[in-house]
Design a protein around this ligand. Structure first.
Ligand SMILES: Nc1ncnc2c1ncn2[C@@H]1O[C@H](COP(=O)(O)OP(=O)(O)OP(=O)(O)O)[C@@H](O)[C@H]1O
Length: 151
């Protein structure tokens, strides 16, 4: 996971492994921005991260609720899992209280562009997922703070 790296994710086990690698680096205040079209695997990767942080229950898709929250403990870091697909304007993210939900938590954001995008944030790791055959390709763009955390 460096500047603009590509990685092949051939199956769900690869998604779980990527989720674990992100989870060990994740801190409160971070943004994981998950981009890609319908069915690209955004929710699958979000679930893998949340599970790797220590959550054992079902992780519902936030498509209709927009925001789902996960506390620490049991998670290592509190998480806000958001799906901004249904927002009609970026301002709506503020109106539904995103900043309050995010306070002290990491944000995993699907369709981040619908909320104005988070790429300007130093702690943002942006991952674009694309379909390739039966698997997926991930393209990473990491903010300065993420890069400094790399081993
Ligand atoms: N690396 C992978 N290899 C094979 N199948 C995958 C992979 N990642 C995800 N999938 C499968 O792709 C399907 C769609 O995944 P998912 O629901 O996570 O997509 P999404 O990007 O959240 O879609 P949407 O935006 O429509 O909610 C699921 O059936 C999932 O099991």
């Amino acid at each position: 996971m460096t500047g603009a790296m590509r990685e092949t994710l051939p199956d769900l086990a690869a998604m779980d492994a990527l989720g674990e690698r992100i989870a060990v680096r994740l801190r409160a205040g971070d943004v994981i921005a998950l981009e890609g079209g319908l069915g690209a695997g955004k929710t699958t990767l979000a679930r893998a991260i949340i599970a790797a942080l220590g959550y054992c229950g079902e992780v519902p898709s936030p498509t209709f609720t927009i925001i789902e929250t996960y506390d620490a403990p049991p998670l290592k870091v509190p998480v806000v899992h958001a799906d901004f697909y249904r927002l009609e304007r970026p301002d709506e993210a503020e109106e539904i209280g995103l900043d309050e939900y995010r306070d002290g938590a990491a944000l995993i954001a699907e369709w981040p562009d619908h909320a104005g995008g988070f790429a300007h944030e130093r702690t943002c790791l942006s991952i674009r997922l694309e379909t390739e055959g039966k698997g997926r390709i991930a393209v990473f763009h990491a903010g300065e703070d993420w890069l400094e955390r790399m081993p």
